[in-house]
Design a protein around this ligand. Structure first.
Ligand code: PLP
Length: 364
């Protein structure tokens, strides 16, 4: 890699895009390697050419970049509710937030659980809406063998340092429509019709001249991170297998714990990346339990803080009762392939102790 003397966007980027396209079961020209999942989300939303007054529906429990991307494009994020136990929206949740100003829907797959994606995709097709999948957590998630992220029109994955497939920073975009994919590729690199430089100068004796059909940014990936991504992709099955083992261990150890709910079983045909292992407990004790675990050096967190509660996003719609319910009760436990069985049991012991101390069985 370093002997090549070239670390920028080049052959290794194209190789990673091709390998990732193979992993998804799509053609490589539909896949664009960018420098973060957020950049991918912004590009996806930007390519919809939203107008003032247009609305984009997303679950309140979304990653904030989805709402930021919509607002930055001058449109309005509209938040829908989720299903309490999976923290994913159902097609009915999405449908109830649609208006005649809705142009698109953005859904993420909570913790890698595919959720109601087939029915949401069918709803969007029926209503003529663009579906963007925020597949940041779902690099290995499938429904009936079909990769999550290929149900919608555009989707993105994140490879940041916290994710399952990690390149340090990075993201992949999938764009179903070939022409739109070519446009997104241009927008990711300044909007140039073809990359500048000697190698692409066949159109002119002056290889420094520019052709910009529309202005873009510079959010491309590079060969250094792409090389890491290609190796990570080869290792993905092993990393997912270990995640599955850890989830099974948590499930077994935490089953029938008083006052505790564990993630519901996956529906037949659904495969999860198992990015989160989330538990739910009586609302009055969740924060205390998180504090008790932290005192034992065990970091837990809640993803994703409900966006309908963030004043900047201006939610004026209906109460989102299930999002509120889940936001008061949910905690994500440590989950990564570096955990040994012993580590998992340490978390379980500390959690059981905290739940008992806080009266989980009696709390409401
Ligand atoms: C659901 C979701 N979407 C998007 C992103 C953004 O990805 P990145 O950190 O690569 O910009 C994240 C990152 O945490 C995420 O969890």
């Amino acid at each position: 890699m370093f002997e090549d003397q070239w670390l920028g966007h080049g052959s290794r980027t194209r190789a990673f895009e091709a390998a990732f396209a193979g992993h998804l079961g799509v053609a490589p020209e539909h896949v664009v390697f960018v420098n973060s999942g957020t950049a991918g989300l912004f590009l996806a939303v930007e390519s919809l050419d939203l107008q003032d007054g247009d609305e984009v529906v997303m679950p309140s429990l979304s990653f904030l970049a989805a709402a930021n991307a919509v607002l930055t494009c001058g449109a309005k994020p509209v938040f829908c509710d989720v299903e309490r136990r999976t923290l994913n929206p159902t097609a009915e949740d999405v449908e109830s937030a649609l208006t005649d100003r809705t142009r698109a829907v953005v859904v993420l797959h909570y913790g890698g659980y595919p959720g109601d994606i087939e029915r949401i995709a069918a709803l969007c097709r029926r209503r003529g809406l663009t579906l963007i999948e925020d597949a940041a957590c779902s690099v290995a998630s499938r429904v009936g063998g079909k990769a999550v992220g290929t149900f919608g029109d555009l989707s993105m994955w994140s490879f940041d340092a916290m994710k399952v497939l990690v390149t340090g920073d990075g993201g992949m975009l999938y764009v179903r429509d070939a022409e739109q994919a070519a446009r997104v590729r241009r927008l990711a690199y300044h909007g140039l019709a073809q990359p500048s430089g000697f190698g692409h100068a066949k159109v002119s004796a002056r290889w420094w001249e520019l052709d910009i059909p529309e202005p873009g940014r510079r959010v491309i990936g590079n060969d250094l991170t792409a090389a890491i991504g290609s190796v990570q992709l080869r290792r993905l099955p092993g990393m997912i297998a270990r995640r599955n083992e850890i989830v099974a261990l948590y499930d077994r150890e935490l089953a029938d714990t008083d006052g505790l709910l564990t993630p519901p079983p996956l529906p037949p045909g659904h495969e999860s990346t198992h990015y989160f292992y989330w538990i739910q407990m009586p609302p009055g004790i969740r924060d205390q339990v998180a504090g008790d675990l932290l005192a034992d050096d065990i970091y837990t967190t809640f993803r994703y803080a409900p966006l309908h509660k963030v004043p900047a996003y201006g939610h004026t719609g209906p109460q989102l009762a299930a999002s509120d319910w889940a936001s008061d009760r949910t905690l994500c436990l440590p989950l990564h392939p570096g955990l040994s069985d012993e580590d998992v049991l340490t978390v379980v012991t500390s959690l059981r102790k905290a739940l008992a101390a806080r009266g989980a069985g009696q709390a409401t």
